[in-house]
Design a protein. Structure first.
Length: 124
């Protein structure tokens, strides 16, 4: 039995606030195959209400979180650039592929987001 689990959160660095209401999907990746295994929406703290991959479902492997940044940026009035509402957005869906090798570890993969850039890291 594994004790590992995965959490995530999103911070809106342009506004200096947690990114509430942002949809996040988790995929298991095998070769060129992606299988969606979870989906959640961030709460007022920019986090999912529960681990996006709880210990009961945790298996070491390759995964991909896909953050629906475009929907969030549109909803918060940050879409566009020179012309408000311009399409396509510079950032829309933000995929982050990563591996989890330790069966008993807590993995935390946050997203720091603005309309024109993002970063991530392995958090704690």
């Amino acid at each position: 039995m594994s004790d590992g689990f995965l959490t995530t959160h999103v911070l809106d660095t342009a506004r200096g606030v947690p990114a509430a209401g942002l949809r996040v999907m988790l995929y298991e990746v095998t070769g060129n195959s992606h299988r969606k295994i979870a989906e959640a929406v961030t709460n007022a703290d920019g986090r999912t209400d529960a681990p996006i991959l709880p210990a009961a479902k945790f298996v070491p492997g390759t995964y991909e979180l896909v953050f629906c940044a475009g929907d969030y940026l549109r909803a918060t009035g940050q879409a566009g650039g020179e012309q408000a509402g311009a399409e396509p957005l510079f950032l829309d869906e933000v995929p982050i592929r990563f591996g989890m090798a330790e069966a008993d570890a807590h993995y935390h993969v946050p997203l720091l987001l603005s309309a024109y850039g993002y970063s991530t890291y392995r958090g704690s």
